[in-house]
Design a protein around this ligand. Structure first.
Ligand code: ATP
Ligand code: MG
Length: 422
């Protein structure tokens, strides 16, 4: 019997983890400078949380959730996204009562969706996201967007496009909803069964359909932007003004509606325009969700956030041919010849590591030549070879691999030497 990783999941192998760690550290740094404190919630929640929070008519809830019953008969679901959990925690821990508002949260961790496997689409993937709860200031919308853009700039991506739209307020949505129903109703028979269900429940979602996206009625459908109330328009204008202040370029995309039910006002996506990225170009999606907190049992407070996956960020880097500078270097490799030398090596290794100097040696009894090769393959910056004469002199030639230069250094001076030169 042979085992494989489950479909849609992947092992991240030791050669790849430094890249992941680099991205994660960039994300943590950005969260810190923007002051979005990290929150860690469980990887599963009551199923109903997502039905409410993500929305019954979404693809996520209808087709993509990993739902199971635990031994106590409760229906639980592996989290498909992070917002519902963050908002649940916000309400449960009464963060609305904290003296400093708004509450700015960030999270990073695996999400689970039963998706058709393809490039950039996994069944387990890692999302980084932020949520700001308790402010309806258009400046915070711009801040959230700017943080998302900063993520991509910080890893060196250039071919990016920011799409923004306004989904308006309740009045906007209601007027648009009626217009959509009138538009699609006469020909709804030509649409997929999902869209037929959406017509009454949430016709806006028809515009986001992946099956019928080419139907001519899509193009001619009434645009949300034509139904914006004066207040919504003003809000949208303000968001754009702040983006201008920040020097962030954007494309207003009236067809951008986003998959989740709870969005209103600002919606945005960041796409990669790199050639060779493939069919899936969306790197990040987010928007405002005034009303969600209340739906989840909290007070009436507004919120906004985004989520992006590290998988797609790494794909975008690949498409642009960018190699992240990662730190997995080996400072010194110690080659030992003989039992006494090996004891000395073990001791030296320990003293190097205690000072943060990365060090390694042979543990499979290889001959000296093979050990040297190993040091080379591992990219060691320095190599020392300890044999009888070195033990006698309590000193060793330390070789800098790149230049080939050697210097004789006392054992007791090695740590200092490396700290100065590594
Ligand atoms: P899509 O239209 O690509 O299915 P979505 O609307 O489902 O995206 P969101 O739920 O908003 O996406 O998630 C935000 C981001 O998370 C996406 O922009 C994408 O970068 C990433 N993402 C979503 N689903 C996956 C997945 N299955 N595998 C990898 N990354 C994903
Ligand atoms: Mg999706």
């Amino acid at each position: 019997m042979s085992f494989k990783v489950p479909r849609g999941t992947q092992d991240i192998l030791p050669e790849q983890t430094p890249k992941w760690q680099k991205v994660e550290s960039i994300l943590r740094d950005l969260s810190r400078v923007y002051r979005y404190k990290e929150i860690r919630t469980p990887m599963f929640e009551q199923t109903e949380l997502f039905q409410r929070g993500v929305g019954d008519t979404t693809d996520i809830v209808q087709k993509e959730m990993y739902t199971f019953e635990d031994r106590g008969g409760r229906s639980l679901t592996l989290r498909p996204e992070g917002t519902a959990s963050a908002v649940r925690a916000y309400v449960e821990h009464k963060m609305f009562g904290a003296p400093d508002q708004p509450v700015k949260l960030s999270y990073i961790g695996p999400m689970f969706r039963y998706e058709r496997q393809q490039a950039g689409r996994y069944r387990q993937f890692v999302q980084y996201g932020v949520e700001v709860i308790g402010s309806a200031d258009p400046a915070i919308d711009a801040e959230v967007i700017s943080l998302a853009m900063d993520v991509y700039h910080s890893v060196g991506l250039k071919n990016l496009q920011l799409h923004i739209n306004s989904l308006g307020d309740k009045e906007t949505r209601d007027a648009h909803r009626t217009a959509l129903i009138n538009h699609f109703q006469p020909s709804i028979g030509e649409f997929c069964s999902d869209c037929q269900n959406r017509l009454e429940k949430n016709p806006l979602r028809i515009l986001d359909c992946k099956v019928d996206h080419a139907h001519p009625l899509m193009e001619s459908a009434p645009k949300l932007t034509d139904y914006l109330t004066e207040e919504s328009s003003k809000y949208f204008e303000k968001v754009k003004e702040y983006l201008d202040v920040l020097g962030i370029e954007y494309v207003v995309d009236p067809n951008l509606v986003r998959g989740l039910d709870y969005y209103n006002h600002t919606a945005f996506e960041i796409m990669s325009t790199a050639s060779g990225f493939g069919a899936i170009t969306t790197l990040c999606g987010g928007g405002r969700y005034n009303g969600l907190v209340q739906d989840i049992g909290g007070p009436e407070v507004p919120g906004i956030g985004f989520a992006l996956s590290i998988e797609r960020l790494l794909l975008a880097l690949e498409a642009e041919g960018i190699e992240l500078e990662v730190n997995d270097s080996l400072d010194i490799y110690v080659v030992a010849i003989g039992d006494e030398a090996k004891k000395k090596s073990v001791e030296l290794l320990s003293s190097f590591r205690a000072k943060g100097i990365s060090a390694d040696m042979d543990y499979v009894d290889r001959k000296m030549k093979a050990q040297m090769k190993s040091a080379d393959r591992l990219g060691a910056k320095y190599v020392i070879v300890i044999g009888d004469s070195e033990l006698e002199e309590a000193a060793v030639n330390i070789k800098q691999m790149e230049s080939g230069n050697q210097e004789k250094i006392q054992f007791v001076e090695l740590v200092n030497y490396l700290l100065e030169h590594k």
